[in-house]
Design a binder for this molecule. Structure first.
Ligand code: MSP
Ligand code: ZN
Length: 696
């Protein structure tokens, strides 16, 4: 008796519409896709719903930088993203965008429901405002010195140097990352969702069986313990998003309308396919809903989102499936190392199924980070897919077409009657169902039966275990062929029948493996379907292909060459240079004329002495020869230079700066140095310049 099909919606987090798909996104999208394909293979009604997340300040500014209207920009990016995903064989039922009419309406309706419940409160808050750009600044767009450690160039929410978190108003010398202007504090009315009201319901919800992985539930407990805060769901104009009904200049914060995009995208899908929308989203729905997300966005999906759904009387997710972050060669993806790899860069050099397989081999049900080790990637794909799986078929197929007219044997009787190596003798599995056709084959039965465990691993997102089981079977199939040696049997006319059966069994074992691998390797499986003249149906794996004509074998997969991987990494470094060239102009100081500039008397100076300054962590005292005159200046370059590195060097100084009294003495000028997040770099004139020369 087969069970009725399950009804399932699966989603991947909606990708921001401001950049290219990269290998990090693909961890999630491939994980979801393989799971969805597995569900469909088992006969379940499973919809894969996705789209992009189009709103918010970064996207608004990015569009502006490209000289486009945001609507136009997100369309262009969305088309590119979808093309990349398709090339990786991601099988969305629908890919939408949060900037759609359906979503606009639904967001308004949900908001109205929240209001009706009394879950929306308004409050006037103080925020930093860019007087030049005339907009409120999100934390990420404010930079300044860390209030804890004094590091320069830190974001408004936390310091990358010392890890401190703080409010943007705490930054020292804050400035707008957009215009460079000094932000001012300004008041504005904001709307808040009453998250604390849902504390108890959420605590119960997150702890119910199967809802969250244990690690994730534990993380949530920390948040519950530190107390939930009302959630600010509004933003002031200018903002790219949906306007809040009955306001003139307030917009919904992107994270309010983004998850509602899951529902809207599904709603759009219902229009084109005959699906009952209500059945999936009503509060007491019996269908299943799974969100696949990365661990960086758990707060939104496991707290805000279910609380909003509860308030608006929709069903909540059955489970949230959290994965870890991608590292490449053990480190965070890095543009300069060439390991920040875009989907399209990968595709220009390598077959998408290599990555699908490698991720599958690495993914578990735990939210731990997964590492793409580029050397291991090549070796593993070559050894498992080419060396083991494809090898089975290529060792058997030729004999079938050359010696047996392309037709498979009638049964495996000859092999069964003769002793097999002990490996293949029946173990505990006495309940193996009898083969329905042609008789014979413990080995075949073993392969078919293994599907139950493999199915469970797929269901539980333990893809790594599924792959391990499948590769153990592939090893067994190869050992069987090694032991039988069809290339020798074929030379002996009395052994022809056996050779025929050996190759037939070999190809049947290969077929079962491909049934199991199909969710991971859909393209290779498509080629195998043609080759074997078979649909590779999961529930038909216990019925071997016998007495059947198959097609000539064609290459299924090439080995990965090291040069391809190297070329991909090099190309990723080039991507970076292109991206750098594409960067916005710096926020520059106001324009000056040449007279303003000429007021500054810049001179070449020779450093004749350099000493530490007691009690000043950042300063060095320099004695500078100006060609006839000596100046003493204090310079904040100690973090990057030791005194002995400096003596004898030429540099450039502002020679007519008014002397400044400092705690340690008087500074008689200033030397010029460039600085960025990583260090301070003193300016050097080219050789030939002499102390005292004017710089202009
Ligand atoms: N727009 C939000 C999601 C809104 S869902 C209503 C967002 N977008 S994202 O483009 O930044 O990320 C999309 C998904 O890709 C997230 O689940 C994120 O965790 C995942 N990944 C992005 N970079 C990743 C890695 N480097 N590694 C693994 N997953 C990563 O978040
Ligand atoms: Zn700091």
């Amino acid at each position: 008796m087969s069970k009725p099909p399950r009804k399932i919606i699966a989603t991947s987090a909606l990708i921001y519409a401001n950049g290219s798909v990269h290998l990090g996104h693909l961890v999630e999208y491939l994980q979801t896709d393989m799971w969805v394909r597995y569900q469909r293979a088992r006969g379940n009604e499973c919809y894969y719903i996705c789209g992009n997340d189009a709103h918010g300040t970064p996207i608004m500014l990015q569009a502006e930088k490209h000289g486009m209207e945001p609507e136009q920009f997100i369309k262009k990016i969305g088309a590119e993203q979808l093309a990349s995903f398709k090339a990786f064989e991601i099988s969305f039922d629908h890919f939408s965008t949060t900037h759609s009419d359906v979503n606009r309406e639904l967001v308004a309706a949900v908001y109205q429901a929240l209001q009706k419940n009394g879950d929306i409160k308004s409050k006037v808050i103080k925020q930093l405002f860019d007087p030049e750009k005339q907009m409120f600044l999100p934390d990420r767009f404010i930079k300044g010195e860390c209030p804890k450690c004094g590091s320069a160039d830190q974001y408004g929410d936390n310091c990358e140097k010392c890890g401190a978190t703080y409010a943007p108003t705490d930054l020292k010398h804050p400035r707008s990352a957009i215009s460079g202007a000094t932000p001012i504090e300004r008041e504005s009315e904001h709307f808040f969702f009453d998250l604390p009201k849902y504390h108890e319901k959420l605590a119960e919800w997150t702890r119910s069986t199967g809802r969250l992985q244990t690690e994730v539930a534990n993380k949530l407990d920390e948040w519950f313990d530190s107390g939930l805060q009302p959630w600010d769901i509004s933003r002031d104009a200018p903002y790219f998003g949906f306007k809040i009904p009955n306001t003139t200049d307030k917009y919904f914060y992107v994270w309010l309308d983004a998850p509602i995009g899951y529902i809207s995208a599904f709603k759009e899908c219902c229009k084109t396919q005959k699906i009952n929308f209500e059945e999936f989203w009503q509060a007491d729905s019996q269908t299943e809903l799974y969100h696949f997300i990365g661990k960086d966005i758990v707060y939104f999906h496991a707290l805000f989102w279910p609380a909003m759904l509860m308030s608006a009387n929709y069903r909540t997710p059955t489970a949230i499936k959290v994965h870890g972050m991608l590292t490449v060669d053990g480190q965070k993806m890095s543009k300069s190392r060439g390991t920040f790899i875009k989907a399209d860069t990968y595709l220009a050099h390598l077959n998408p199924e290599y990555l699908r397989y490698y991720y599958a081999a690495k993914l578990t049900s735990q939210p731990t980070d997964i590492d793409l080790n580029l050397g291991d990637f090549r070796l593993r794909v070559n050894s498992d897919l080419v060396g083991k799986v494809v090898n089975i078929a290529s060792r058997c197929a030729g004999f079938i077409s050359k010696n047996f007219g392309g037709k498979l044997a009638l049964n495996f009787q000859t092999i069964e009657k003769s002793p097999l190596p002990p490996l293949f003798q029946r173990g505990e599995s006495e309940e193996i169902p009898p083969l329905k056709k042609g008789g014979g084959g413990d080995l075949y039965n073993e392969f078919a039966t293994a599907g139950d465990a493999i199915a469970e691993h797929y269901e539980n997102l333990d893809f790594a275990r599924a792959v391990r089981e499948i590769m153990l079977l592939a090893d067994k199939a190869n050992q069987f062929i090694d032991a039988e040696k069809p290339w020798q049997l074929i030379k002996d006319p009395t052994q022809h029948a056996r050779a025929h059966e050996v190759c037939t069994l070999g190809l049947n074992l290969f077929r079962i493996l491909m049934i199991y691998l199909q969710p991971i390797l859909p393209s290779m499986a498509a080629k195998v379907r043609v080759f074997l003249n078979d649909e590779l149906i999961w529930d038909q794996r216990d019925q071997p292909l016998l007495d059947k004509v198959i097609n000539p074998f064609e290459a299924l997969m090439q080995r990965i060459e090291e040069t391809q991987v190297i070329a991909m990494v090099e190309a990723s470094k080039t991507d970076l240079q292109v991206a750098e060239a594409d960067k916005p102009k710096l926020a520059l100081a106001p324009t000056i004329n040449i007279d303003d500039f000429q007021k500054i008397d810049l001179r070449v100076a020779k450093i004749i002495a350099a000493t530490y300054v007691e009690g000043a962590e950042k300063l060095l005292q320099l004695s500078l020869d100006l060609g006839g005159e000596t100046r003493k200046v204090f310079s904040g370059i100690r973090a990057s230079y030791s005194p002995q590195d400096l003596v004898g060097k030429l540099t450039v100084m502002v020679a007519n700066l008014a002397p400044r009294k400092m705690r340690f003495g008087v500074s008689e000028g200033m030397v010029l140095a460039a600085s960025n997040g990583e260090g301070i770099y003193l300016l050097n004139p080219d050789s030939g310049a002499k102390p005292g020369d004017r710089v202009s």
